[in-house]
Design a binder for this molecule. Structure first.
Ligand code: SF4
Ligand code: SF4
Ligand code: FES
Length: 251
């Protein structure tokens, strides 16, 4: 079953642009990215769109579909009525390069600022021993495909360019949480989470969790536990006493 859909697609570059309207054929079982590709193949050969796997695993095809941050390759056309106009725009939080392609290098900068995994020394027999339950706690965050839809939706940076310098965004707050709860990592990241990566800016709206295509519970399982650990560190009387008598904090 084929029908003609009305698509409004943002076209332009860093200097400006606008929404342009097209009529495009849609086949049964297709996703938004299929239709964008047909548009590119038949009507606008120079339409810029980033994609790679078409299987929801590379994180490249992030955009906003009818205002909601989504992977275009995982958004079925059956989500919309046949007479519904489908509007596709680039992620708003990042600078546009051209059409649907944005410059996401903000995320690479933040990733590079996070101190690397710092394991404790091996046991005397050369092994690392950890409890399976501790391993599993942080595995959820390893599912991240770095689509940056959570970064795109977070209001702290979506409408506030000035916050980008002091706020890492949800994807990197869960990276900090993952490392902080890793059973082998010995670096204390709680101070940096608050002071350098802007944990305090997050007011737990959970919008990042709602748009994550991997179903990662960013707020409940990552950001909130990290906030609790920061509070423990600040108000733990032993930590306070240790700092007063010059005990070396954990690295
Ligand atoms: S929960 Fe925090 S990090 Fe997630 S979107 Fe809301 S403010 Fe941003
Ligand atoms: S946490 Fe989810 S939404 Fe955020 S970058 Fe990773 S996969 Fe994408
Ligand atoms: S093309 Fe890879 S996630 Fe969509």
């Amino acid at each position: 079953m084929t029908y003609d859909a009305t698509f409004r697609v943002w076209r332009g570059d860093a200097g400006g642009g606008d929404l342009q309207t097209f009529t495009v054929a849609v086949n049964e079982g297709e996703v938004v990215l299929d239709v964008i590709h047909r548009l590119q193949a038949t009507q606008v050969g120079d339409l810029a769109v980033r994609w790679n796997c078409k299987a929801g695993k590379c994180g490249s095809c992030s955009a906003e579909v009818n205002g909601r941050p989504r992977l275009m390759c995982m958004t079925r056309m059956s989500t919309f009525g046949e007479d519904e106009t489908v509007t596709v725009t680039p992620m708003r939080t990042f600078p546009v390069i051209r059409d649907l392609v944005t410059d996401v290098s903000f995320n690479y900068t933040k990733a590079a600022q996070i101190p690397a995994f710092t394991p404790r020394p091996r046991d005397e027999d050369g092994n690392h021993r950890v409890q399976q339950v501790d391993v599993e706690r942080s595995q959820e965050f390893r599912k991240c495909i770095e689509c940056y839809l959570c970064q795109d939706t977070c209001h702290v940076i979506r409408d506030h360019e000035e916050n980008k310098a002091v706020f890492a965004g949800p994807r990197f707050l869960i990276r900090l949480a993952e490392l902080d709860m890793h059973p082998l990592d010995v670096r204390d990241r709680r101070g940096a989470a608050q002071d350098e990566f802007g944990l305090g800016y997050c007011n737990i709206t959970k919008c990042c969790t709602e748009v994550c295509p991997e179903g990662i519970h960013l707020t409940d399982n990552g950001i909130i536990p990290l906030k609790e650990r920061v509070v423990d560190r600040r108000y733990d009387p032993l930590t306070w006493l240790g700092s007063k008598i010059g005990r070396r904090p954990r690295q």
